[in-house]
Design a protein around this ligand. Structure first.
Ligand code: PMP
Ligand code: GLU
Length: 391
């Protein structure tokens, strides 16, 4: 069967693919340490799981909900935005999706015409470029600075009359770096001056280990920036709920209406039981979030110096958020005789039994992404294996 051009052009998600490869090796009995896929290793907090069970028992989640999500969940999102960021939006500015991934996918579908360009400051999350292409748009990589944070000066070189939007992700996957409010404002003002849409992926916004928590949302940086911004967020990372698949977008009513229309032909609503669980997550006691966050911070504090001490691995500023490390491994590759990052990653998997993701997937070869969302003991063993591999 002849597949469409778009299906033939799409690359599978490197994060999910590497995670699956590691799982397969494990199933074959190989003791692989999986630092590839980015998801909290903690259980979903008990109260959230209980809320889901209660909703099932009460037969409250057997039907389709509104495509945009239940009013209760949209209200919970509105309230949480107000409580954490002081931002006021209405429930018709919120659309709930099957994970933040679907929010992003559907947003590109409604925003892009063929040839429209989307600026992606590298390093960027694996799915953005493929999602832009699937919508007929052109992903435009903006090469990174040494700090891995993009500046308006660099963006000025990348913008063309075809530029429609920019995706900003802070805290950033894969580097864990967090933009300051001043840095975000400078980029926001630049985007407003060029009349670009800002897609602000703030999925790691509450997983921050230094500075103000949560970090300032793009929606807080003034009326004109907010008017150009579509916020993307979700419960996957903050509440250890990756499998529940609840994300959301917040933006102008006309854009959200278009989003809803497209979603009504794609997924319909996100799973009703997951929406009930997400209400409990957003409105319930936030202590489990603090505990998980403390756990991530402790792991970062242990693993960062261990990794930095490994020959050939270079880390710039210590990450402040998310749960990733993104070392530059060009020296390590040269020391071991590898010319591509993919070969290096394969050797790490087969010889050191550590699964990580190649930097190519994030627009930055010569780097690897390691998730530290796993227990301390395992992380320490992983660092020992890495050290031995490099000896
Ligand atoms: N954005 C970023 C930067 C991510 O790392 C992820 C990973 N899950 C997502 C969006 C999508 O998250 P989800 O679909 O689980 O809500
Ligand atoms: N976002 C996570 C990651 O970057 C989960 C996998 C995915 O959805 O790509 O690893």
């Amino acid at each position: 069967m002849q597949l469409s051009q778009r299906a033939r052009a799409v690359r599978p998600s490197a994060t999910l693919k590497t995670g699956q490869q590691a799982a397969q090796l494990r199933a074959q009995g190989v003791d692989v340490i999986n630092l590839s896929v980015g998801q909290p290793d903690y259980p979903t907090p008990t109260a959230i799981r209980e809320a889901a069970v209660t909703a099932i028992r009460a037969n409250q989640v057997n039907s389709y909900t509104a495509t945009a999500g239940t009013l209760e969940l949209r209200q919970a999102i509105v309230q949480r935005l107000r409580a954490t960021q002081g931002v006021t939006v209405t429930t018709d500015q919120v659309v709930v999706t099957t994970g933040a991934k679907m929010a992003l996918y559907a947003l590109f579908q409604i925003l892009l015409d063929p040839g429209d360009e989307v600026l992606l400051p590298a390093p960027y999350w694996v799915s953005y470029a493929e999602q832009v292409k699937l919508a007929g748009g052109r992903p435009i990589e903006v090469a990174p600075t040494a700090s891995l944070k993009v500046t308006p000066e660099q963006l000025a070189d990348a913008v063309t009359p075809a530029t429609k939007a920019i995706v900003l992700n802070s805290p950033q996957n894969p580097s864990g770096l967090v933009y300051t409010a001043a840095e975000l404002r400078a980029i926001g003002e630049w985007a407003v001056a060029h009349d670009l849409i800002i897609i602000a992926d703030e999925i790691y916004g509450e997983l921050v280990y230094a500075g103000p928590v949560p970090v300032s949302s793009m929606l807080t940086l003034g009326d004109s920036i907010a008017a150009h911004t579509i916020l993307v967020n979700g419960v996957s990372k903050t509440y250890a709920m990756t499998g529940w698949r609840i994300g959301y977008a917040v933006g102008p009513v006309d854009v959200m209406t278009a989003l809803k229309n497209v979603l009504s032909h794609m997924t319909g609503n996100a799973a009703a039981v997951s929406q009930a669980a997400a209400v409990a997550a957003l409105t319930g006691d936030q202590t489990p979030v603090t505990e998980m966050k403390d756990g991530f911070k402790q792991r970062l504090d242990v693993v960062y110096p261990l990794l930095a001490a490994i020959p050939g691995f270079k880390l710039n500023a210590k990450p402040q958020g998310a749960f990733y490390l993104f070392p530059d491994v060009t020296e390590a590759m040269a020391m071991k005789g590898y010319t591509t990052t993919a070969e290096f990653v394969t050797a790490l998997l087969n010889e050191a039994h550590i699964a990580v993701v190649t930097g190519e997937a994030f627009g930055l070869p010569g780097h690897i992404r390691m998730s530290y969302a796993t227990d301390l003991e395992t992380l320490k063993v992983a660092m020992q294996r890495l050290k031995k591999f490099m000896d």
